[in-house]
Design a protein around this ligand. Structure first.
Ligand code: NAD
Ligand code: ZN
Length: 360
């Protein structure tokens, strides 16, 4: 097998207030008056003039507000695509996602499914997408997931939670405006920020590590420490730096892989609907034996920011439910391989995973 030939975001703007440039940026991409831009926007911004008055609507452009309470589903992508096709005369000029990982992933998936036949679930996997997506723009409003740089869009389908990993998935344009993250609650800031921290720990301590991943991972890790440990940054500096940490963390795992926390967190998400950021934190808190130094520092950050993680979420589960989570986690072979090497099955038994889940 050769080395991965990795697509990247083609254009990126960074700067406080750069969101104002959205109109100028997309204007040149309008195909014609009947081909609208569709704005998929996190519904926390509904009625919030700071965002809505700066959406450059023209012609048949449409804003669709979407709740991020639940992570994206393949059926939700299909419904959005159907709505767009039925309400507009022509294929859109572009899709613009404004929100966190949930909305960014929806924007990527919708842009792919507008040019590819069938249902979103048919494309969960690696390199199944045949036609290029339509022009798509990502504008993160919370930092940490790396969804703004990644080559995947994570979707829960009828059978599995798995990304559409393809060369057509990455955004054509990203606008990084740290001001947009100012309204994030402290708890959510911590959870999604820790997603980035955990990406660094899993990448830097993985067997897949290489100089490419390491260079991005070390930078992101350094930034996370400045933000979450040292605590002598201004609020604005912290917003700017977390946005760049997210970017670098995403680049780091692009050329390696995540590890134990993500594998187990997918189990929690699949069975209990626990969201990615908080789920990773709940799992990572119990992983001293895998990532001793990373978990020690995590606990320190948790204490410093006075974060209480949900407790005993697995307390009332039965055997069958534990089995479902264990199956999901064990199914993510590349993650275990990265974390522990080719012989991972010798140490990772169902009993080991069950006893870890029981502590959560
Ligand atoms: P999110 O998008 O789920 O949002 C979390 C919460 O923060 C929501 O309640 C949302 O409304 C709120 N929020 C967002 N921006 C806000 C703002 N500026 N002010 C106030 N509230 C705001 O959170 P997330 O952690 O960014 O994303 C998680 C999702 O990302 C999961 O679905 C996960 O699967 C996905 N993910 C994708 C990738 C990828 O590479 N594609 C990587 C990691 C995670
Ligand atoms: Zn993650």
């Amino acid at each position: 097998m050769g080395y991965k030939n990795y697509p990247m975001v083609s254009r990126v703007v960074f700067g406080r207030g750069s969101f104002n440039q959205l109109g100028d940026i997309i204007q040149t991409k309008r195909l014609n008056a009947n081909a609208p831009f569709i704005f998929l926007i996190d519904d926390v911004f509904k009625g919030n003039p700071f965002i809505t008055t700066r959406i450059p609507l023209a012609y048949d452009d449409e804003m669709i507000f979407i709740s991020a309470d639940e992570e994206p589903k393949t059926s939700q992508v299909d419904e959005l695509v159907e709505h767009i096709i039925l309400t507009h005369n022509e294929r859109p000029s572009g899709i613009i996602g404004i929100g966190g990982g949930t909305i960014l992933d929806l924007a990527k998936a919708v842009s792919i499914m507008l040019t590819n036949e069938g249902e979103a679930k048919d494309y969960q996997g690696w390199d199944l997408v045949k036609s290029p997506a339509i022009y798509h723009v990502g504008i993160p409003t919370i930092s940490g997931t790396g969804a703004e740089v990644s080559r995947t869009t994570v979707l829960t389908g009828p059978e599995k939670k798995l990304g559409i990993n393809s060369d057509y998935t990455p955004f054509d344009q990203v606008i990084l405006d740290p001001e947009l993250t100012a309204s994030v609650s402290k708890q959510q800031w911590f959870y999604t920020g820790m997603d980035c921290y955990i990406h660094c720990i899993e990448s830097l301590n993985g067997t897949f590590l290489n100089a490419f991943s390491q260079s991005y991972g070390e930078k992101a890790f350094e930034l996370c420490k400045e933000i979450f440990v040292h605590g002598n940054l201004s609020e604005q500096e912290a917003q700017d730096k977390l946005m760049m940490a997210s970017w670098h963390g995403g680049m780091s795992i692009a050329y390696s892989q995540v590890g134990v926390a993500h594998a187990m967190s997918y189990g929690l998400s699949y069975l209990l609907g626990i969201k990615h950021g908080v789920g990773n934190c709940i799992v990572f808190d119990q992983l001293e034996s895998f990532y001793p130094e990373g978990v020690r520092l995590f606990k320190e950050m948790k204490k410093r920011h006075n974060i209480q993680l949900p407790q005993a979420i697995c307390a009332n589960l039965d055997d069958e439910q534990f089995d479902i989570m264990i199956d999901v986690a064990l199914g993510l072979e590349p993650l275990w391989q990265n974390a522990l090497g080719g012989q991972w099955k010798q140490t990772i038994t169902r009993e080991v995973l069950r006893s870890l889940y029981q502590k959560m």
